[in-house]
Design a protein around this ligand. Sequence first.
Ligand SMILES: Nc1ncnc2c1ncn2[C@@H]1O[C@H](COP(=O)(O)OS(=O)(=O)O)[C@@H](OP(=O)(O)O)[C@H]1O
Ligand SMILES: Nc1ncnc2c1ncn2[C@@H]1O[C@H](COP(=O)(O)OP(=O)(O)O)[C@@H](O)[C@H]1O
Length: 182
Amino acid sequence: MSTSSQQGATIWLTGLSGAGKSTITEALAPRLRAAGHRVDILDGDEVRQVLTADLGFSREDRITNVRRIGYVAEVLSRNGVLTLVPVIAPYAEARDAVRERHEKAGTPFVLIHVATSVEVCAERDVKGLYAKQKAGQMTGLTGVDDPYEEPTNADLRLDTAGRSLDESVDAVWAVLSTRGLI
Ligand SMILES: Nc1ncnc2c1ncn2[C@@H]1O[C@H](COP(=O)(O)OS(=O)(=O)O)[C@@H](OP(=O)(O)O)[C@H]1O
Ligand SMILES: Nc1ncnc2c1ncn2[C@@H]1O[C@H](COP(=O)(O)OP(=O)(O)O)[C@@H](O)[C@H]1O
């Protein structure tokens, strides 16, 4: 298949901080590239330094963040890129708006709920945010003292606790394969 005729899709990984969104994305991307796909990553932490640097973590700002990222993702995906989006996206309203944008354009949208529990995420505490919140040095941490609306329409619900990274990547791979995207 020539690269110009490739099927793109947005693969959105939603879930709490520390759930495994970025780790799975970073392992999945080279596998997809090795299989001949064009791949791009829109990581929440990175995008927030440029495209959404004006936004904080209020409900309104998080919704705007997700909608802007969804816009960029759809454009990339429409043009043949498998676009991986490891972004918390805690509000159903914003996730549904992104899904709708994709459906209107006829662009595939896959929602992966990285459903690692808040207890496990807090134990991992990759960035020290859970300890910071506990110490009263920050408020509004998703899943602790800020909402995370669990998706009811995810293509996959993946709890990474007790699972290897390879197993997690395989589970996402299987969904993409079933959807005919890879
Ligand atoms: N209050 C609060 N709650 C959650 N996360 C926080 C917060 N403050 C900063 N961070 C860091 O910002 C990353 C989440 O940004 P996102 O753009 O993915 O979030 S959102 O979809 O707009 O809710 C998130 O990245 P991940 O840990 O990779 O999920 C955190 O590193
Ligand atoms: N099966 C798994 N899949 C993904 N990450 C895992 C898994 N098991 C353990 N981890 C660990 O969990 C942490 C997840 O952190 P990260 O990917 O930064 O989360 P997020 O991007 O959701 O904030 C990493 O330290 C990673 O090594």
